[in-house]
Design a protein around this ligand. Structure first.
Ligand code: COA
Length: 176
């Protein structure tokens, strides 16, 4: 993708040099849905950056000056015109509106350049910062799926199931 510039950020493809910043927040994922993305060391982060750099589905969110990775978003196409979206930011950069700024730019790109008709996101019921972000973006709460998915087990090895919410936004709602 062509880089997208906002007031404080650049959204771009991943590139060599992002590994240390990616490791900084994926060494210990903050939420269970990203546990499978845990990176053990810099070598693993370099391999992950290399994989992500070949795809427009993974978007690096960087401060403008200096160009520093502070989080990422994904947008997975479901043809013909739906995208599943999500976000994961370094906790050091939380609470400053940066995720909102990045997601707004991504939504604008998906609705205009990619001609998306519908965007949706899955959010665990107890993930209040992500639910607030969805609501700030104007996404509608579409449903609550009880014990929908398990990302981890308890001390006895029993799967822990999460209640998952679905939020969505149509292009006509975004435009309005
Ligand atoms: C979900 C996540 C991206 C939200 O990040 P965030 O920084 O809270 O989101 P925003 O960028 O919208 O920032 C909003 C907060 O910044 C505050 N803020 C400060 N300055 C601001 C500004 N200039 N503009 C807008 N908001 C500002 C807002 O008041 C708000 O605070 P609040 O949530 O306490 O009400 C982040 O918590 C995260 O990456 N979590 C781990 C991964 C995760 O859970 N991913 C989602 C899985 S479903």
């Amino acid at each position: 993708m062509d880089p997208i510039q906002t007031d404080r950020l650049i959204l771009r493809n991943f590139k060599q040099g992002d590994a240390a910043d990616l490791l900084a927040y994926l060494h210990q994922p903050r939420v269970s849905c990203f546990l499978s993305l845990k990176l053990e060391d810099l070598g693993a982060a370099e391999a992950e950056v290399k994989t992500r750099s070949t795809s427009d589905e993974h978007i690096a969110v960087c401060l403008r000056t200096p160009d520093k990775l502070i989080g990422d978003m994904f947008c997975m196409a479901e043809p013909p015109d739906t995208y599943s979206v999500g976000w994961n930011f370094n906790a050091d950069f939380q609470g400053a509106g940066l995720a909102s700024e990045a997601a707004r730019a991504l939504f604008e790109y998906l609705f205009t350049v990619k001609e998306a008709r519908r965007l949706y996101a899955f959010v665990e019921e107890d993930n209040l910062p992500s639910r607030r972000l969805c609501e700030r973006l104007g996404m509608r709460k579409e449903g609550l799926f009880k014990e929908f998915i398990s990302f981890r087990t308890d001390d006895e090895g029993v799967p822990v199931f999460e209640n998952t919410m679905q939020y969505a936004l149509l292009r006509k709602e975004w435009v309005a």
